[in-house]
Design a protein. Structure first.
Length: 409
């Protein structure tokens, strides 16, 4: 509504023409220098872009690549001038001429009403097109977003039952690990004193979380997700809790894939909880193994067949889970499991493997009910992080080490 009023005021004062031809609208955005007109032209262009169907969006983006590409003749001239006279002015000319014009276009679109959020949604659309010719837009937008969504800009907020309903609805919508099936289900995760939730927000997108983590405060480490999210459970006094369980972490926007918010979120939440509740001495996840069954199908087909027939032994399942989580079949040497890559990459260690930990249909389909605990030891997470990326060896607990020896993994 605010953007519409701005466009109408612009028309009434005759600052310029708002072209319905999208390529002319691009030219208007790129050629204007006035602050007000820049905002209005950008607003109008974003409206036109959002109205395009998929074929129209592809054509528009490919026209951008052609019309606002690097001018190599200008770039070569600027490089030649700089090589003979290395001053600040010539360096700045190279910086400008070496960048495609459409990158500056995105910067200008970001200044429009809700521009940041709308560009995130635009990247989602571009990724959904699955067009290799447009991959450069995906990568360049990601690079811009890494500046715009720098962790120092993010705001950590606690989500509870008193949080505005529009944000609670987003939590239900974005929950990606353990589905929230009703408002009663959500209340059970937010209202009790031994259940907490924290989210990162960006100041320019104040009503839409970027990522959130759900936390259970417990005595000891639960071996089952059902015990954590069960509606009919015994609430404990917060003073009795000695363990914080991070049992669900959900990224909220596909348009921000590639930006690692989660590592900052977990470490900041853990530090805050430790300050508020000094008796907490363990910070542990209860994590799914989303690729386990697919991995067994390829690398341990006999076990996969037995599990599919509900006929695999606990020893067989444990051995395969340890191998899946501590070895790597990937070219980069990173853990096979995406959740493991996240936590181990953040400096956590593999603490425990739990059989029959997620008996939901999703849990049985993706991992035959197996879940893992990753331990965040706040004193050594940074050291673990550095060591892991140096030698690619997954740090494990003494319990996991014993199981590796027992099963000769």
């Amino acid at each position: 509504m605010k953007g519409t009023r701005r466009l109408n005021r612009f028309r009434s004062k005759g600052f310029g023409k708002l072209h319905n031809n999208i390529n002319k609208a691009v030219d208007s955005v790129m050629s204007t220098s006035g602050e007000v007109s820049s905002l209005v032209f950008a607003e109008h262009l974003l409206n036109l872009i959002e109205d395009l169907d998929d074929n129209g969006l592809k054509k528009f983006l490919k026209d951008l690549l052609k019309n606002y590409d690097i001018d190599t003749k200008v770039l070569l001239k600027d490089v030649k001038n700089y090589s003979s006279n290395k001053n600040t002015e010539n360096f700045e000319k190279i910086r400008i001429s070496s960048e495609p014009g459409w990158i500056e276009l995105f910067r200008r679109l970001n200044s429009s009403t809700n521009g940041t959020y709308r560009l995130v949604k635009l990247r989602e659309r571009i990724r959904s097109l699955n067009d290799e010719d447009l991959k450069t837009f995906d990568l360049r937008l990601l690079k811009l977003f890494k500046y715009w969504f720098n962790p120092s800009f993010l705001v950590l907020e606690k989500i509870d039952w008193e949080t505005p309903a529009n944000i609670l609805e987003k939590i239900i919508e974005y929950e990606a690990v353990h589905e929230i099936n009703s408002w009663d289900d959500l209340r059970a995760r937010l209202a009790p004193i031994d259940r907490q939730c924290f989210a990162f927000f960006h100041p320019l997108i104040p009503n839409d979380p970027l990522i959130f983590v759900e936390v259970a405060l417990t005595t000891g480490i639960p071996k089952s997700i059902q015990k954590i999210i069960n509606l009919d459970r015994q609430e404990i006094e917060i003073e009795d809790a000695n363990t914080a369980i991070f049992y669900s972490i959900s990224n909220c926007h596909n348009g921000l894939l590639g930006i690692s918010f989660g590592n900052f979120l977990i470490k900041q939440v853990a530090s805050n909880l430790k300050r508020e509740l000094p008796d907490l001495n363990q910070f542990v996840t209860l994590s799914p193994l989303p690729g386990f069954m697919k991995w067994m199908e390829e690398y341990s087909p006999i076990s996969f067949e037995r599990c599919t027939d509900k006929n695999c032994s606990e020893d067989e399942l444990t051995k395969n889970a340890i191998k899946y989580l501590t070895h790597s079949e990937r070219d980069d040497g990173m853990p096979n499991d995406p959740v493991s890559r996240f936590h181990i990459g953040n400096g956590a260690s593999l603490e425990r493997i739990n059989l029959n930990a997620d008996t939901s249909e999703k849990g049985m389909t993706q991992s035959y009910g197996v879940m893992a605990n990753y331990l965040y030891d706040l004193d050594v997470v940074e050291e673990n992080h550095e060591i892991f990326f140096k030698d690619k060896v997954v740090p494990v607990s003494s319990e996991i080490e014993s199981l590796k020896k027992k099963h000769k993994v």
